[in-house]
Write a protein that binds this ligand. Structure first.
Ligand code: ZN
Length: 104
């Protein structure tokens, strides 16, 4: 995120995201390639929290990493601050707090 941006994240609410580098952790038990391609596509119906963020001006994906571990395990290994409580974590049962973190 090159500049701060205000984003309406569906029913979660509207939030101000400071400029910076963020890490989002998600999972796809089937069809991982299709899910990643969907996240990288600009034109799509907004469904997940991350869709709203990626559709905002000035927001771009700089890297995609694949892990074998469960998303919550990976997410909890990411050191960063939580910009929006509950982001991408609607069905999280591991107490992550958010699946989006701001790295710097
Ligand atoms: Zn989690």
């Amino acid at each position: 995120m090159a500049a701060p941006v205000r984003v309406c994240v569906g029913r979660l609410g509207t939030f101000d995201f400071p400029a910076g580098l963020y890490a989002y952790t998600g999972s796809a038990l089937r069809n991982l390639e299709a899910r990643v391609s969907r996240h990288l596509a600009r034109a799509k119906k907004l469904h997940w929290h991350i869709d709203y963020l990626l559709a905002a001006p000035g927001v771009r994906v700089c890297e995609v990493r694949r892990h074998g571990a469960a998303e919550c395990v990976v997410n909890q290994q990411v050191a960063g601050e939580i910009p929006v409580k509950g982001f991408g974590a609607s069905d999280c049962r591991a107490g992550c707090g958010s699946h989006l973190k701001r790295l710097r």
